[in-house]
Design a protein around this ligand. Sequence first.
Ligand SMILES: [Zn+2]
Length: 491
Amino acid sequence: MSSSMIVPVIDVQGNNFKELWAAMVLAIKTSSFIAIDTELSGLGSRKALLAESIEDRYKAICHAARTRSILSLGFACYKELDNKADRTYLVQIYNLTLLCSEEYVIEPQSVKFLVQHGFDFNKQYAEGISYYKGNERGGDAYGVNMRSLFVELLRANKPLVVHNGLIDMVFLYQCFYAHLPDRLGTFTADLSQMFPSGIYDTKYATEYELRFTASYLEYAYKKCKLQNSKGIEAGGNGSRVFLEFCKYTDNMESYVDYRACLDNQNLDGALNICVQFSAYGWCPNGSQCTMSHDTDLIIQNDEKIKDDQRKKRKRKNKKKDSKAASESCSSPQEKRSHFEGAELDQAVPMSEPALPEHQETARAEPTDATHAFEPGETASKNGNEESQPEAPAEAPGRPKEKKVEGGTHRAGFDAFMTGYIFAYARNLTKNTEESSTAHLVPTCLNKLFLSGKSIPLQVAKSTFSKSSKAHVSKMDYVWGKNTAVKAEGNA
Ligand SMILES: [Zn+2]
């Protein structure tokens, strides 16, 4: 049984945005949930982003969102298919290259890094889908543009899934929706009305529900994939996640970038794993690190440690009930315990992020150069997971004739991985309610992960918080006149 697969990511830019519009809107409307990821031109002061006070953090992210921009947006629509024994999703993934039409800050380090990793600024400036930030300006509200696409996303009223997504949500709001409110309470109140089906953060789910040894995106994704394929191998009646992709033809096919996603390989030599990278998906030595940053190897090593612990415990408890030996839960917190303070760095690292060795070589090869892209400082909110090691040139079954153009499809693939983690977590959730309105993963509903905090940010409208004025008029437009949303003041 293999879990290897080829993942198609549709590359959307100015010259095919109109053509793909209907397909994107349909994918959004028919999905069971939508995962989203962004790449940003910068984040500003890292220190401020990790301020002790959450209100201060919000202010810092707002400042970043007002002065920086979204360079690309990825979204993955997961549609649960009926009449299948296990949970099967049809997945459609889009990667949009964007160009903010207003002045914005792009951090020098980011430019350097992006260029080094094959980001094509020529393409972005020539073909990026343009958008303006802040409040509606009238005129093109009904046009085919990013703000309208965001409105379609809201109207579809689907559960929204992000990974470490507070920064994403703030940027999305400012870039495609309205001016950000000054207060965090207003922002979360607005969000809760914008996404009534709920927002889910897979970093929160990974740390507090799945309780994996680490929670950075690629780790969580590969771990879910491994667990899932183990479940398939073992048979039985546990429910598993299966994915299906569309077969793209004609014009569509020319926009698709296929990414090979290899099976978790059996690797030898877990001895030289970089401990820091293993815990955070990031290490200060970056590509200069002499230790391994290979996620497959790291996961394998963690499994081995767990296994050894389990065996030890079993010997100890030989006469006791086997219950005691059932689970050895090494949580992310545990893994990090010997890195006091370092955890904050992983959320927003300052130095160049790492690439595993085999990507160093892949980079030299033009066809795979784009896969080695890693947004690094530009958009490090996901803890700088390295880019996809599962896309080396020798990927079996990889369509060889496929071009890989200068751009990057990182946001799209990250959105895909985020959605997969959610699909996996959803399967583990015993839902008593089987109605269509039941929340998909109730324990994670409307909780955004906060770096360095043990409690999440609740996306809710408190009795004391007001909705913002801009939001209320936006909701009128999104839902028509009969909106239930009422302004309780002008925040
Ligand atoms: Zn390292």
